[in-house]
Design a protein around this ligand. Structure first.
Ligand code: TRP
Length: 454
């Protein structure tokens, strides 16, 4: 009876392919194309990239498997899932907080994600009206600075993006989420390859390659390692229940491990392609790799403004970026919405309106941190930087740590074995060791390193 009800509340993906698309849609987003290049630029390049890839491999993938598994086993929002799982395993009720933390992290993340996605939306129109045409690095930077300097403009685009996100989420699983990702992911991939092609003609391609792939460990600080690890969580959408809730809609017969590996690989390839497209342009135009969150908005338009077919490619690129952001945004808010629906106090639409309004309001803090509040700093960070640090570098890794511990040590082994259904028991052992020891110890060591104990 319960099972029937849960199914009808949230629905289910129509196939394995649909889940892969949706989870890839969740993973691939601003994290890959906007955030990865600028944090790589700020943290010295190659060594940072290497640490990030290592984190994806030994921490990200095992936790992604764990998180999807917890979701599919319970078929509920992270809060509902944690309640059922603790009951089954007879575990401490404090584990419930894990679900709560996820929902809160989601609201916080979406608040700034939506503002940046708003920038991308605005840039679709700038591309369309030819604002980049013939522009050199200075023109393009000026365009960006004027744009982010206006709180009302940023607020407008933030509102538009939040509205679109909540509208899609309100449509529910099949009609909204699934349809949106089906065409957009492949399109984005093709455009990135085109941009990498352009980057090869800038004359600084080798320099870009060098920056991305030649590790110089002297540039790596403890904080950089934390940022790399935090980004592994952020880019794979891990640590707050988004993948848990997507796993909850996953049909029973699909191999969780295989799909997780596939998704992580696709996600990393997209990020590296973005890096390969952006850094040659950075060096060819004597820009600073460490110029921060504006990096892609200050580099790619130079390419669009000066390459053949750049007008159309520019429009298409930003359209795809907006859609990539949308398919990620819907997964950030889904845990909160799914939970509100499960309380039986809200229908899906009302749940969307309330969570959407909350996020929108919080987002104003990020809007202002780029202009009127730019000088207000706590711990030397603006509101946006604080939110980003708190969520990506602290909440997600802590969430991931708990997910690893819970699925490795606390959840009944017969349940995890049955969900993962590995063909070879050795694979199960490998995964179990990764979530029991490697991932939690890794996360813990990085934290110790940052606070200066190691
Ligand atoms: N992974 C997405 C990106 O790279 C962002 C995202 C979607 C996310 N869902 C998430 C980040 C859940 C953290 C948690 O753009």
């Amino acid at each position: 009876m319960m099972e029937m009800k849960k199914q009808s509340v949230h629905g289910e993906w129509s196939s394995r392919f649909a889940f892969i698309l949706a989870a890839t849609g969740s993973a691939v987003g601003l994290g890959n194309i906007w955030k990865f290049p600028y944090i790589t630029g700020e943290n010295g390049g190659g060594a940072f990239v290497l640490v990030y890839l290592m984190c994806v491999l030994v921490i990200g993938i095992p936790i992604m498997i764990a998180e999807s598994m917890l979701g599919r086993h319970t078929r509920q929002s992270p809060i509902g899932a944690m309640q059922q799982l603790t009951k089954e395993a007879n575990a401490d009720v404090h584990w419930h907080y894990l679900g709560w933390m996820g929902v809160i992290a989601g609201l916080l993340i979406l608040s700034y994600y939506s503002v940046i996605a708003g920038w991308a939306t605005a840039y679709v129109f700038k591309a369309f009206f030819g604002s980049f045409s013939g522009g050199d690095a200075r023109d393009i930077k000026e365009l960006f600075d004027t744009f982010t300097g206006s709180p009302l403009t940023l607020m407008f685009w933030h509102t538009l993006f939040m509205g679109a996100t909540m509208w899609i989420v309100a449509q529910g699983i099949k009609d909204g989420l699934e349809r949106a990702v089906r065409f957009l992911m492949p399109g984005l991939f093709v455009l990135l390859v085109v941009l990498v092609g352009y980057a090869m003609t800038t004359g600084a391609y080798a320099q870009g390659l060098h920056f991305l792939f030649k590790p110089d460990f002297s540039k790596i600080t403890g904080n950089a390692v934390l940022i790399a690890m935090g980004h592994a969580f952020f880019t794979l959408s891990l640590g707050m229940g988004a993948i848990m809730v997507y796993g909850a809609y996953l049909p029973k017969n699909v191999s969780i491990a295989q799909t997780s590996i596939l998704i992580a690989a696709a996600d990393s390839i997209v990020a590296l392609l973005a890096g390969l497209a952006i850094f040659p342009i950075v060096f060819a135009n004597h820009l600073e790799p460490s110029s921060g969150p504006g990096l892609i908005f200050q580099t790619l338009p130079i390419a669009f403004g000066n390459m053949t077919g750049g007008w159309l490619i520019g429009i298409l690129f930003f359209v795809m970026l907006v859609f990539a952001a949308l398919t990620s945004a819907i997964s950030v808010i889904e845990p909160a919405v799914a939970w509100l629906v499960e309380t039986d106090r809200f229908d899906r639409k009302t749940a969307c309106i309330w969570s959407g309004l909350t996020v929108w309001l919080l987002g104003l803090g990020t809007v202002f941190s780029f202009n009127v509040w730019a000088d207000i700093k706590v711990f030397d960070k603006t509101f946006f930087q604080l939110l980003d640090y708190l969520t990506a570098n602290l909440m997600l890794p802590i969430g991931g740590f708990c997910i690893a511990i819970f699925s490795g040590w606390i959840m009944l082994q017969k349940h995890s074995e049955a969900e993962l259904a590995f063909s070879n028991p050795l694979y199960y052992r490998l995964w179990q060791n990764l979530v029991r020891y490697v991932a939690p110890v890794g996360i813990f060591l990085v934290f110790l390193h940052v606070v200066g104990v190691l």
